[in-house]
Design a protein around this ligand. Structure first.
Ligand SMILES: *[C@@H]1O[C@H](CO)[C@@H](O)[C@H](O)[C@H]1NC(C)=O
Ligand SMILES: *[C@@H]1O[C@H](CO)[C@@H](O)[C@H](O)[C@H]1NC(C)=O
Ligand SMILES: [Cu+2]
Length: 192
């Protein structure tokens, strides 16, 4: 091949690099502790950078639920005018817009006295946001999340039984691979 093959390769690699930094992440709320009573979700969100296009997944026992609520209802643990109500143990929200969203469990006392309330602030995609998200990802796992005396913690989710890293959320790598593959195919077609 000619000199252009080097430029072609460089272009493909540049596109692949951009695509991989833009890959959306799925965060399991509470990490390995999931969505449960007596987990401190402010500690869980601390230091994380949620970017438009990311998803958050609530994993919980079927006796819990997830309500998306207005900010004032989040502050007061009020479950009477939710934006949406979810159950079943596996609920994913796509963070489609920048801003803050508020989630609670409506089972009596789980929000007010059991800490089942979490707010997630999403920022637009930018290189610095992506770098911050990647840095948080690569950093040491956060401080332990449980917030109550050991005897009040939920038995089936005791910290001793849970894996210690909070960074085991699944990643959706397919979009970047697909974009890079399409770009490669297009450039090869153009060069042919
Ligand atoms: C949760 O739901 C997602 C799709 O929304 C699915 O891919 C995943 O396998 C489910 N996980 C469990 C544990 O059911
Ligand atoms: C539940 O939380 C509320 C508000 O923080 C508090 O006033 C109340 O005493 C708590 N009740 C129990 C049983 O902990
Ligand atoms: Cu609950």
């Amino acid at each position: 091949m000619k000199a252009s093959s080097g430029a072609l390769l460089a272009a493909v690699m540049a596109i692949a690099a951009v695509a991989s930094t833009a890959v959306a992440k799925d965060y399991t709320v509470g990490g390995s502790y999931g969505w449960d009573t007596y987990i401190d979700y402010d500690k869980w969100t601390a230091g994380k950078t949620f970017i438009v296009g990311d998803t958050i997944t609530f994993k919980y026992e079927p006796y819990h639920n997830v309500l998306e609520v207005p900010e004032t209802d989040y502050d007061s643990c009020t479950a009477s005018n939710p934006f949406s109500v979810h159950s079943g143990g596996n609920t994913t929200f796509e963070l489609t817009d920048a801003g803050t969203r508020y989630f609670i469990c409506s089972i009596p006392r789980h929000c007010l006295n059991g800490t089942m309330h979490v707010k997630v602030t999403t920022v637009p995609y930018s290189a610095s946001a992506a770098a911050a998200a990647a840095a948080a990802d690569a950093g040491p796992s956060a401080a332990p999340l449980p917030s109550a005396p050991a005897d009040e913690q939920h038995k089936s989710m005791s910290p001793a039984a849970a894996p210690s890293t909070a960074s085991s959320a699944p990643r959706y790598r397919q979009p970047a691979v697909a974009v890079a593959g399409l770009a490669l195919a297009a450039l090869v077609a153009m060069a042919a």
